[in-house]
Design a protein around this ligand. Sequence first.
Ligand code: ADP
Length: 517
Amino acid sequence: MMQEATRYLKSYFGYDQFRQGQEDIIQNVLNGHHTAGIMPTGGGKSLCYQIPALVLPGITLVISPLISLMKDQVDALEQVGIHATYINSTLTASEADRRLEEVSTGECRILYIAPERLESPFFMQQLENLPISLVAVDEAHCISQWGHDFRPSYLRIHRFVKELSSQPTVLALTATATPQVQEDICAQLSIPQESTFITGFERSNLSFNVVKGQDADDFLQQYLKKNPGESGIIYAATRKDVDALYEQLNKRGIETGRYHAGLNEKERSEQQDRFLRDDVTIMVATNAFGMGIDKSNVRFVIHYQLPKNMESYYQEAGRAGRDGLESECILLYSPQDVQVQRYLIDQSMNEEKKKQELQKLHQMRDYCHTEGCLQAFILHYFGDHNAVECGKCSNCTDDRDSVDVTKEAQMVLSCMIRMGQRFGKTLIAQVLTGSNNKKVIDMRFNQLPTYGIMKDKTAKEVSEFIDFLTSEQIIGISGGQYPVLIVTENAKSVLQGTHPVMRKEQVEVVQVAVDDE
Ligand code: ADP
C-alpha cells in the first residue's frame, strides 16, 4: 500500500518523496491504527489524510473547523484532479443533499465537514451506514479544554466514530499541542502512545525577536521602510487597533490591507485575495486572519501587541516562512499589554478556566522576559526538552554589554513611593524629568525631592526605562483600564542596594524621517 501511496504522491501532487513524519503517519493509518500526527505548520499535514483517502477503499471524512479552510482545500484537490467536496452552512439544503448523494454513491470519496455538523441527528443518520474508512480530525487541539481553541462539538467526534458501522480509522492532526493537549487528544480518540508521531515543532528558518522598551509605532515604521516590498502580517489585538494602524500606515505612504471580523464578508475576501495575490504585500489584521491561509512567501509576522498565550503566538508567528526561506517573527512587547489581557481574562469565564488562562498568560510574559534563546523557550513549552540555542533570535544575537543601572532604578522607585504608588508611568516620568505639566504642579509633585532628578533624560527614555523595570518585575502593574505602577517585593533589595540592576546597553534609536502630516 505504501508503494501505491508514493505513486499517488508523485502522480497527483508532483512530489518525489514523503517527508519523514508523513511517511510514518500514512503507514500507520494504512495499517488501520488510530493515529495522532503532530507536525509544525507547513509540515504537510494535509497529505497525511489526502493520500490515504486515495489508497483506502471507502470514504474519507475530514473534520475541519473553518469554512474558508474547507473550500480552499477542496479547490486545491480539484485542481490536481482529485474529486472532493464539502458540506457546511454556506450551502442550501438541496445542494447539501446533492453533495451527500454524490458521496453515498461513491462518486466522491473525500468529504469535508465542520464539527458542528455532528450535532445534527439527521446528518449523523445519513453517514451512519456509509463505508467510511478514515475520519481525519484537522486542528485536533480543538478537542482539548487545555488547548487554546476549544470547540465543544469536537467532543462528539469519539461517539460519532463509534456509531459508524464501518469502524473507520481515526487520524488526529495538529501543529500546536502542549504535552497536556497531546495526551488529551489521544485519550479522547483512543489513540495509543505508539501511534503518536511528533515530528518536532522546530521551524529552523524562523528567527524570533522580542522588541521591548521601544516605541512600537517608531519600530514598525522603521522596520517596514527597511524591508520594502516584503510580504508580512502585522497582528493587532482589536478591530480598533487594526483600523488605527491601517490608517496610520497608509497615511504615511506604507500601503497595507486590513482584515478583521468587523468587515463584511465581501470586504474580507477582497482584502484576503489582494494579499494572496501580492497586490498588497502587508496585511494588518486581528487573529481572525490567517487560519488556513497557505501563503508561502510571508517574510515577517509582527505582533503589535502581546498575544494571550504561547499556542496562539506560535500558530500566528508560524505563518511566516512556509516556503522554508529565512523569515522573521517579531513581538513588540509592552508590559501594559499583559495588564490588558489580564483584565480581559478577569472579565470572563469561570474560576478554573481563569486560572488556566492566567497561567498561560504568565508563560507568554515569561517568553518576553527571558534572556535565553527564544526558539528554545518555545520548543520547551511544547514539550521538547532537548532544544538547543538557535543562534539567531534576538536574545542569541544580543551582544551588547550590560551596564549597571541600579542608581537610576532607585531614583524611579523612590519617586514612585513618594508619589504614593497611585499613578501610571506617564506622570511618574514627567515628575522624574521635571515637567511643568499642569497635573504635576496641581498635585505639588514639583516639591518632591525626586522632582527632576532624571532631567538629563527625556520623558520617553524614562518611560522606556520604567517598562524595562516592569519587565524585570521590579515594578508591578495593578488595576485594569488605568494601570497604576507599584513597587514589588523584588524592589526592596534594589532599594537597599543588595541587588544590582543590569540592563543591556541602550543603543541610540536612529529616527527615520517620516512624512508627518
Ligand atoms: P500544514 O497543514 O501542515 O501546515 P500543508 O499540508 O498545507 O501544511 O503543506 C505545506 C506545504 O508543503 C504545501 O505547499 C504542500 O504542498 C507542501 N508539501 C507537503 N508534503 C510535501 C512533500 N512530501 N514534498 C514536498 N512538499 C510537500
